[in-house]
Design a protein around this ligand. Structure first.
Ligand code: PXL
Length: 285
């Protein structure tokens, strides 16, 4: 069985980071090792959350794993809370990156033109440095803008040339492939898109899907988790992010179908049958 490691926080309630990555990647048939970077009572959109930093455990975990000669088919980093954790992820890449290991960085720190609480433009620059060491990065447009130090342009106010330029600049940070989420052109008409750029072939690809009327926390983590699972199972990057986009749409639809739904995260659990059916169909070709 393929094995990945994902490094991000545990928000005990909130349906994001490890509480979505672990069930999703496991359900996709991939062993999912974890390094929790912190334990929070909830994600940071709740008021009054507790926070226990686990940075000092990260290097001893790596030391032990190296003694055990453990290797990974992919390394996927999500929400990271400090400059020190970014540096530790660079160390982890150099210690555990095998010849065929895919390194996926989700620079999880901003959305809708704003940084999440606790993050600064300097942190975004440091995250750009981590993205430079990845094989694949999956920012949204806000994260891309902060990492490149360019003004955030509102959805619907840019054209295809602008997105292609952004993708090329992101690849300039150093990763071979860039997947950019949350693209809406003036002409998109109720659709929202994902674009990718392969710096080795110079090719762009696009996938547009239905835009849901409500957005929820944790959907970026769900997207990156499905993408990681699908890539490790052998899907192409384009098929992997189409599956990830479809799963997010279905998870939001499941959530909105219940009047008493949570407002902090989506009911991705109810969309698993669809995910596994589609994955199986893709694998059988
Ligand atoms: O979904 C991203 C995320 C992960 N972890 C924590 C967060 C957030 C978004 O706000 O607060 C702790």
């Amino acid at each position: 069985m393929k094995r990945i490691v994902t490094i991000q926080d545990i928000s005990c309630v909130g349906k994001c980071s490890l509480t979505v990555a672990l069930p999703i990647i496991s359900a996709m048939g991939v062993e999912t090792a974890i390094i929790p970077t912190a334990v929070l009572s909830t994600h940071t959109m709740f008021q009054g959350f507790t926070f226990r930093d686990l940075t000092s455990d990260i290097r001893p975990i790596m030391d032990h794993w190296q003694k055990e000669k453990l290797g990974f088919d992919a390394i996927y980093t999500g929400y990271l809370g400090s400059f020190e954790q970014i540096d530790l992820m660079k160390e982890l890449f150099s210690r555990f990156r095998g010849k065929d290991t895919k390194v996926i960085v989700d620079p999880c720190m901003a959305d809708n033109g704003k940084l999440y609480p606790g993050f600064t433009p300097e942190f975004a620059k440091a995250m750009a440095g981590l993205c430079g060491q990845a094989d694949i990065i999956v920012p949204n447009i806000t994260e891309a803008s902060f990492m490149l130090g360019v003004p955030y342009v509102e959805a619907g106010s840019y054209d295809q040339a602008y997105i292609e330029d952004l993708l090329k600049k992101l690849a300039g940070l150093g990763s071979k492939q860039v997947v950019l989420k949350g693209i809406e052109f003036k002409t998109s008409r109720g659709r929202i898109g994902i674009a990718s750029y392969n710096a080795e072939t110079g090719e762009y690809s696009w996938y547009f899907h239905k835009k849901m009327k409500t957005s929820f926390h944790g959907t970026g983590d769900i997207f990156a988790s499905v993408l990681t699972g699908a890539l490790v199972r052998g899907l192409s990057l384009e098929k992997a992010y189409a599956l990830a986009g479809d799963f997010v749409v279905r998870s939001i639809a499941e959530t909105l179908s219940h009047d008493d739904h949570n407002t902090y995260g989506v009911d991705f659990e109810a969309a698993f049958p669809m995910l596994l059916r589609k994955l199986d169909r893709e694998l059988k070709g």
